[in-house]
Design a binder for this molecule. Structure first.
Ligand SMILES: NC(=O)c1ccc[n+]([C@@H]2O[C@H](COP(=O)([O-])OP(=O)(O)OC[C@H]3O[C@@H](n4cnc5c(N)ncnc54)[C@H](OP(=O)(O)O)[C@@H]3O)[C@@H](O)[C@H]2O)c1
Length: 305
C-alpha cells in the first residue's frame, strides 16, 4: 500500500487533501505541532520515520504582506524546508508534490503565463516560493509543483471570507479591478491533486511545474462582486449588503506589490494528465453550496458567516 505523508494538514489545501488523499493509500498527516518547518532536522526525521512513497507539502508561509517584514521566516518555510523535503524524497526515491504560486511572475505580460515564462517575483513571498521551486528542481527528486492561484475555503483567512464579513459591516467595498487571476476553491485543488496522483502514480518522466487553478479569469473586483451577489441571493436577509465598486491597485497600496496579470495558462496539465479544474464561477457556486450544508450560518439565521 502506498504511504503518503501530508505536511501542513491544517491549511486550506491541506485540510481538503486529508479527505482527497485518504483513498489513495495509507495517509500520515502532520500539522505544525507535529512538524515545525523551521527545524530542518525535524523534517528529515519525520520523512525518514514515515518512509513515504509520496510526500505532499501543503504547508507554506502564505501571509503575503507580512512576508515583507519576515523574509527569513518566509524563506525558511517556503524554500529551505521544501528543499530539505526534496533531498529526503530523492534519498527515498519518493515523489514530492508541492504548491507554488502565480506570484512568481511580475504580471507584465498581456497574455496568461505558461510554465516556460521567466519568473520575476515582485514581492518577498513570490521570491521565497520561487526559491522553493528551484530547490526542489535542484534536488533531482521526482516532483510535481503546482502553481496555484487565489485560494479560498471555509477556513483560515481568505478573500472570500473577508469579503463576506466586510459586505455586512460596510455600505461600500472598493475592490481593485486591475489584478487578474483564477480564484480557486481549495477543495477542487485537492481533488485535482488526488486525480492527478491517481493518473500519474510515479510518473517521474512528467516531473516539473504545472499551472493548476480554476478555469477562466477574473479581476478581484469581478470576484468580490460575484461573492457578494451570490451571498445576498442565498441569504434570507436581502438588505444590508455592501455595494461593490471597482478601484485600482494604485489607489489601494499594500506592503507587498502584487502582479497585475496573475493569469496562468493551464493547458500543460490538461495535455499531460487530462486535469482541468472547473471554471471559477462554478467553483464559487459549489463553495457556497458546501457552506450552506456545513455552516448553516449564512442561510439559516441570516447572520454573516
Ligand atoms: N492562499 C493562496 O491564495 C495561495 C495561492 C497560490 C498558491 N498558494 C500556495 O498553496 C499552498 C497552500 O496554501 P493555503 O492557502 O492552503 O495555505 P494556508 O491555509 O495559509 O496554510 C498554510 C499551512 O502551512 C502551515 N505552516 C506555516 N508555517 C509552518 C511552519 N513553520 N511549520 C509547519 N507548518 C507551517 C500552517 O500551519 P498552521 O495552521 O499551524 O498555521 C498551515 O497548515 C502554499 O504553498 C501556498 O504558498 C496559496
Amino acid at each position: 500500500m502506498t504511504t503518503i505523508l501530508l505536511i501542513g494538514k491544517t491549511g486550506q489545501v491541506g485540510w481538503e487533501l486529508q479527505s482527497s488523499l485518504a483513498p489513495l493509500g495509507r495517509l500520515i498527516a502532520l500539522d505544525r505541532t507535529q512538524l515545525d518547518l523551521t527545524r530542518s532536522p525535524s523534517i528529515r526525521k519525520a520523512i525518514r520515520s514515515a518512509s513515504p512513497e509520496i510526500i505532499v507539502n501543503a504547508a507554506g508561509y502564505t501571509a503575503v504582506d507580512k512576508a515583507e517584514t519576515e523574509p527569513d521566516l518566509a524563506m525558511q518555510v517556503n524554500a529551505t524546508a521544501p528543499g530539505v523535503m526534496a533531498e529526503e524524497a530523492a534519498r527515498l526515491g519518493a515523489l514530492l508534490v508541492h504548491y507554488s504560486t502565480d506570484y512568481v511572475f511580475d504580471g507584465t505580460l498581456s497574455r496568461p503565463y505558461v510554465e516556460e515564462d521567466e519568473p520575476n517575483p515582485l514581492n518577498v513571498y513570490g521570491k521565497t516560493k520561487l526559491a522553493g521551486e528551484r530547490a526542489i528542481a535542484a534536488s533531482g527528486c521526482a516532483h510535481f509543483i503546482f502553481r496555484a492561484s487565489w485560494i479560498y475555503s471555509n477556513r483560515c483567512t481568505n478573500f472570500v471570507l473577508t469579503m463576506l464579513r466586510l459586505a455586512r459591516e460596510r455600505k461600500e467595498l472598493a475592490v481593485v479591478d486591475d489584478q487578474i487571476g483564477s480564484p480557486s476553491w481549495a477543495r477542487d485543488l485537492a481533488q485535482s491533486t488526488a486525480a492527478l496522483l491517481r493518473a500519474a502514480k510515479r510518473a517521474t518522466d512528467e516531473s516539473g511545474i504545472y499551472h493548476l487553478s480554476a478555469g477562466g479569469y477574473a479581476s478581484r473586483y469581478d470576484f468580490a462582486a460575484k461573492i457578494v451577489e451570490t451571498a445576498r441571493l442565498l441569504s434570507s436577509e436581502k438588505t444590508g449588503w455592501a455595494t461593490v465598486r471597482p478601484t485600482t491597485t494604485a489607489q489601494y497600496p499594500l506592503p507587498a506589490k502584487r502582479p497585475l496579470n496573475a493569469a496562468t495558462d493551464k493547458s500543460r496539465i490538461r495535455r499531460v494528465f487530462g486535469i482541468e479544474m472547473p471554471a471559477w464561477e462554478t467553483q464559487l457556486r459549489s463553495f457556497f453550496a458546501d457552506l450552506a450544508r456545513t455552516s448553516r450560518v449564512l442561510y439559516a439565521t441570516g447572520n454573516r458567516p
